[in-house]
Design a protein around this ligand. Structure first.
Ligand code: ASP
Ligand code: MG
Length: 424
């Protein structure tokens, strides 16, 4: 079905934008501004629900008691529903149906497959939240349909990090188009999918942004809007800096670079499907929905206007030197890379000289101990911890000075667009 659906838009609301009754009312008021348009609304689990489900999964997997946690999680959802005026069995039916399915999973025997069991349970955060939001929109007389996105998004069975089967998912999209024949809003879950045999899967933490991009790709949608608690894409994390600047317009390419270096505003996998179909991505504030926000699109003409900087804390800088003082050559590198790949250690920056090879990586003590053990026979391994990796895109001297003042720079790499520094 190579059909263009330029009239369909995709909105994504994350956990913070549905964390309580007031937040859900706000979602409805944003949707009302777009009434008459066809919108796929992708919603995450409410507030910290995914974390709570992870705790329940752990307890169930290890045979510990989790009844209280389950009761608290249900009570949290029911109290939001009641605050929204959803009372009585009929209005709460969709939510209670999901509770029943959830209870069935809890009651079923737990296999020894940790990641598989995780996905069967943790997917309920999004099922609860969408059931609840849909019921509220319905009560508000909005034209809405609830759809189980697992019927559309087909994945492989790499649980907790499932890969999309684009071909099968595309074949399933007719259901969604069908729903739009009768309704304006179709509410779906972020973060989840299902395998060919109908097991639930998840796409990785914070994966709902990616779901929005998948939906847009499958539908050839007009655009995607991610509604956030920040005014748009900022040039630095407001948790670290108070003088941040909004990037009004940046390219897909720049957004991929920023996400790769660790900018946390959007999930890194989100951009690629949109870039492939040239579908613009808006980032807007759900607190000030009429404000301009940011747009990520094809043109690169504004990318260089504002330096962006990204901080990655908790880094370790490791230097690896052959014990016999021979040079570092391809044979050594191959051996080292094989080990890194086996242990799943991600390199955030690397450098080699004649006699040593250095990598900067996240501090994961367990993985690093295994790496050191494997290397120690033939190499001398030294490391510094508690470091920060700073990446500056479109740097200028003033920004670099500001970022490094009072800090010791252990390693620096410069290219025309990007400076990366490991600092203490
Ligand atoms: N609920 C999931 C999480 O918290 C997915 C998301 O929020 O995007 O990771
Ligand atoms: Mg979340």
């Amino acid at each position: 079905m190579a059909q263009d659906n330029h009239q369909i838009r995709v909105f994504k609301f994350g956990g913070a934008s549905v964390k309580d009754a007031a937040a859900v009312r706000n979602v409805a008021s944003i949707l009302r501004k777009y009434s008459g348009e066809k919108i796929v609304v992708v919603i995450s689990a409410m507030g910290k629900t995914t974390n709570a489900l992870e705790v329940i999964h752990q307890a169930r997997f290890h045979g510990n008691d989790y009844k209280q946690d389950v009761a608290a999680l249900k009570a949290f959802h029911v109290s939001i529903a009641k605050d929204l005026g959803l009372e009585g069995d009929e209005k709460l039916k969709s939510l209670y149906d999901q509770f029943d399915h959830f209870d069935e999973v809890l009651a079923s025997p737990c296999s020894r497959q940790f990641d598989m069991e995780y996905d069967q349970l943790v997917c309920y955060g999004e099922l609860f939240s969408t059931a609840l939001v849909h019921s509220f929109l319905h009560q508000e007389k909005m034209s809405t349909h609830w759809l189980d996105v697992r019927q559309i998004i087909r994945t492989d069975n790499r649980f907790r990090d499932a890969r999309i089967n684009w071909e099968h998912s595309t074949a399933n999209i007719g259901q969604l188009l069908h729903a739009f024949e009768k309704k304006d809003i179709v509410v779906v879950q972020g973060f989840i999918g299902s395998t060919s045999v109908g097991l639930s899967t998840t796409l990785g933490r914070e994966g709902s942004d990616f779901t929005a991009a998948i939906m847009a790709y499958l539908l050839n949608a007009q655009d995607v809007t991610i509604w956030k608690d920040v005014p748009g894409m900022l040039n630095a994390d407001p948790k670290w800096f108070k003088d941040t600047v909004k990037l009004d317009k940046i390219s897909f390419r720049e957004a991929i670079e920023l996400a790769y270096y660790g900018a946390s505003v959007i999930h890194p996998k989100t951009i690629k499907p949109l870039q492939n179909k040239n579908i613009p991505l808006y980032i807007k504030s759900f607190i000030q929905p009429d404000a301009e926000g940011s747009v990520i699109q094809e043109s690169m003409d504004q990318d260089h206007l504002v330096p962006s900087y990204i901080f990655k804390a908790n880094q370790v800088l490791i230097s690896i030197t052959p014990k016999d003082f021979s040079f570092i050559v391809e044979d050594n590198l191959k051996e080292i890379f094989d080990l890194l790949a086996q242990l799943g250690i991600r390199i955030s920056l690397m450098e080699n000289s004649a006699i040593s090879f250095s990598i900067c990586t996240d501090k994961d003590s367990y993985k690093l101990e295994s790496l050191f053990d494997a290397l120690r026979q033939s190499y001398q391994v030294r490391y510094n911890e508690d470091l920060t990796l700073i990446t500056v895109r479109h740097w200028d001297d003033k920004t670099l000075q500001m970022l490094t003042s009072g800090k010791e720079v252990l390693l620096e790499q410069r290219s025309r667009q990007t400076v990366r520094m490991v600092v203490r």
